[in-house]
Design a protein around this ligand. Structure first.
Ligand SMILES: [Mn+2]
Length: 321
């Protein structure tokens, strides 16, 4: 651990210790890493007598796969997030924009940004950012150790949810990743059940959606310096009636294409398009996403586009060089 990170952790512990009311903000279109991080912090804060509130700006309800996570009772709709709190903590959000309409809660607030995105813009008053961490929940685990919070079963459940999701079920790991996993599993949580619920459960309608979307995927061999781009388009009519979990799963299939270094999935919504980018080893898609107004990690990033979709595809190909 660097001296800077240790100093940031110590400052964060003082902020968390001193706050009576704490607003915990997750990013829009929340995943299990942002929700798991916020709920774990909320549980720990509540046990120490503070009053935590957890929220995210959109969509209107928590993804179904995360409903069983411990601490869900601390979630409130955006309209019920207090205008003022002693401390505002954001988790897994690389920029203020990722907070959507709740970004205004940072105005004039003492804020702590806890994250692992290399594209983080340092938009708070205080930061604990470890770009080498597998997940934001892994950063929260280190924060708990510094804070002296014992990681019990409920906290481990939340932390494991983010770890298993952000490591792609432990495919993207480094030395230490399994040490944290082992420590969490040793509390008695059911890792298989947590993973299955979060990542491996879809309604039957997922299969015909995949059929339509994957059937229209395109390979652009010349893109990204001839390393190749593969992309698929999920239109509103493809995703009707399906959950975010089904839509987000598409890129994990598309990115397995051997002939392409970069994979993209264009997901249509009412406002336009959300674009997921993945790379394997030689293209930094966080740079590409940032150039197109988004951000993310080296091999996993995203941005939003406004259409028409043909122009958005051309813009991506151009940005990849
Ligand atoms: Mn994350």
């Amino acid at each position: 651990m660097t001296d800077t990170l240790r100093a940031d952790l110590q400052k964060a512990v003082r902020l968390l210790e001193d706050a009576r009311t704490v607003t915990l903000l997750c990013h829009v279109q929340p995943d299990a890493d942002t929700i798991g991080s916020a709920l774990a912090l909320a549980i720990a804060l509540s046990r120490r007598g503070a009053r935590p509130t957890v929220s995210f700006a959109a969509p209107a309800s928590l993804p179904e796969s995360m409903i069983g996570l411990p601490g869900a009772e601390f979630l409130v709709p955006p309209a019920e997030v207090p205008a003022d709190a002693d401390l505002v903590v954001t988790v897994d959000a690389g920029s203020r924009g990722r907070l959507g309409s709740l970004g205004d809660r940072l105005d004039g607030a003492v804020s702590l940004v806890v994250d692992h995105h290399r594209s983080n813009t340092f938009y708070g008053t205080h930061h604990v950012i470890d770009a080498s961490a597998e997940s934001t929940t892994a950063v929260v685990a280190v924060l708990f150790d510094e804070w002296g919070v014992e990681i019990d079963r409920d906290l481990a459940h939340c932390l494991f949810a983010g770890l298993v999701t952000d490591t792609g079920s432990f495919r993207w790991v480094r030395p230490g990743s399994h040490v944290l996993a082992e420590r969490l599993l040793a509390t008695g949580i059911d890792g298989a059940a947590i993973s299955r619920r979060l990542l491996d459960t879809h309604p039957f309608a997922w299969l015909p959606m995949l059929g339509a979307v994957l059937g229209s995927a395109r390979l652009v061999p010349d893109a990204a310096g001839s390393r190749g781009l593969v992309y698929a388009i999920v239109r509103l009519e493809d995703s009707r009636g399906l959950r975010p979990e089904e839509i987000e799963s598409v890129v994990d299939i598309v990115r397995t294409t051997a002939e392409a270094e970069v994979a993209a999935v264009f997901k249509q919504n009412e406002a336009g398009w959300a674009v997921s980018l993945r790379a394997k080893s030689s293209v930094d898609v966080s740079v590409v996403a940032s150039a197109l107004g988004g951000g993310g990690h080296k091999f996993s990033a995203g941005y939003t586009a406004t259409g028409p979709i043909e122009d958005d595809v051309d813009a991506l190909v151009a940005a990849l060089g």
